[in-house]
Design a protein around this ligand. Structure first.
Ligand SMILES: *Cc1c(COP(=O)(O)O)cnc(C)c1O
Length: 432
């Protein structure tokens, strides 16, 4: 990867720009942030999040629509607060995520609860605070939700997650809409499951939902999935079960490595045209975008610890690792890596595997990257706003990184660096 000083732009990152030789996030120098707050350090741009949200809002202008941020992409409270204040709802997948929404000032009525393994305890809590809808993924779950709702004397609003069996043409681990996935109800069984849901006490059928995968960069899977969902809507309504909303999930990709996903507003212009043409334009629309709202609004600053030349390979050892940035190890994912300042003219220029300090060969962040670096320099790992901090761990007893939210020239610390004492707080020595 050539330095931004050569190319002048950071693809996919409209909020990051060069001033002289230095990279800035909005009005703030990244080198300055690393010096002040230490590394590894996540830096998010509020403007970039709101710009990503605005693309969806433009797409839904004049429609009855609800954008529910799929918070598993990045569930830090300061990030949730940005979306809550912008009027978003939230797509949650656990009771813990519900607690976070409420702590960040989100509205329970705008929460939808997805996931194949909701526990009765999680259902009860969600009903007590009055969430908007349960996206139910199996018959067995319908029975349990019906029982829990009746015990509380309330009615649970439900939508059934259907599996449209289209190939999203993405990594197998993040493809969720194919037949052999654990997610959703098979296309052929949908009508029967809706009839069951309509017959059970304590449930009120309100919608239908699907989510076909993640990091989708092509239009066709979305258009195909919408057709299949609308076929089901027709069949369900023909059976006398009215649906108020269509929830089309998330999954829109971002530019990690020259990827060219459709823009959210352009995608929805096409999907809405289809919905209208098939006579369902009056229904409320819901979506659950995660990655596309935050992925390119964040980056991770990391300091080069050592440069280690080798016979086969050169290694650039940095202070961020797979516990901070798990995507390369988990999915062989690509993140662009760029220096935040002009490289020292003394630094050797070479191709490097950029790796972390963790004792695993899988601990790499980038492979075969052209870099001019030496110890002490700071690199930015781009596209690190989604599925990084929220998937981070303490492996090797590494504290989680700090997180900053940049808003113009103002910097908010939204997560302090985790100490070893923080990590050990719940542990107990055995008494002799
Ligand atoms: C993960 C997930 C999303 C968000 O996916 P992105 O690819 O981040 O947009 C939405 N809905 C459900 C049910 C999910 O599991």
């Amino acid at each position: 990867m050539s330095s931004p000083a050569e190319t002048g732009v950071l693809p996919g990152h409209p909020f990051v720009h060069l001033r002289g030789q230095d990279l800035f996030a909005e009005e703030v120098s990244l080198a300055g942030l690393a010096a002040e707050h230490g590394t590894p350090l996540f830096v998010y741009s509020k403007a970039a999040m709101l710009a990503a949200l605005a693309a969806y809002q433009r797409g839904f202008a004049g429609r009855d629509a609800q954008i529910c941020y799929a918070m598993k992409a990045n569930s830090s409270l300061g990030v949730l607060q940005v979306f809550a204040q912008a009027g978003c709802g939230f797509d949650i997948v656990s009771g813990g995520e519900l607690d976070r929404v409420l702590a960040a000032g989100g509205t329970a009525a705008k929460v939808i609860f997805s996931g194949v393994g909701k526990t009765p305890r999680e259902m009860r809590r969600a009903l007590e605070v009055g969430i908007g809808c349960f996206n139910v993924e199996s018959e067995a779950e319908l029975h349990v939700l019906s029982r829990v709702a009746q015990e509380l004397g309330v009615s649970a609003k439900v939508s059934i997650r259907v599996n449209p069996n289209v190939d999203p043409k993405t990594h197998p681990y993040i493809s969720t809409g194919l037949k052999d996935n654990k997610f959703g109800v098979a296309h052929e069984e949908t009508l029967r499951v809706y009839q069951l849901a309509a017959s059970l006490h304590g449930l009120k059928v309100v919608g239908i939902d699907c989510h076909i995968g993640s990091q989708i960069t092509q239009l066709t899977p979305y258009l195909d999935a919408m057709d299949r969902v609308l076929d089901l809507v027709d069949a369900i309504e023909a059976a006398g079960i009215a649906l108020q909303h269509i929830d089309f999930g998330g999954g829109l990709g971002i530019d990690y490595q020259g990827d060219t996903p459709p823009a959210a507003d352009a995608l929805w212009a096409q999907l809405l045209a289809k919905i209208d043409a098939r006579g369902h334009g009056g229904k409320k629309l819901m979506i659950e975008p995660g990655r596309s709202l935050v992925g390119n609004a964040g980056l991770c600053l990391t300091e080069v610890l050592y440069v280690k030349p080798g016979e086969q390979k050169n290694f650039c050892i940095v202070d961020a690792a797979m516990n901070d940035l798990p995507r390369p190890a988990m999915y062989q994912a690509f993140h662009r890596i760029v220096p935040v300042s002009a490289p020292s003219p003394l630094a050797p220029s070479a191709r490097y595997d950029v790796v972390g300090p963790i004792c695993e060969s899988g601990d790499w962040i980038g492979r075969d990257r052209a870099l001019q670096v030496q110890g002490g320099e700071v690199l930015a790992v781009l596209s690190a706003g989604a599925y990084c901090m929220s998937m981070s761990s303490n492996y090797n007893t590494r504290g989680r990184a700090a997180e900053l939210l940049v808003d113009g020239a103002v910097v908010h610390v939204i997560r302090e660096r985790e100490s070893t004492a923080d990590q050990m707080r719940q542990e107990r020595l055995v008494r002799a």
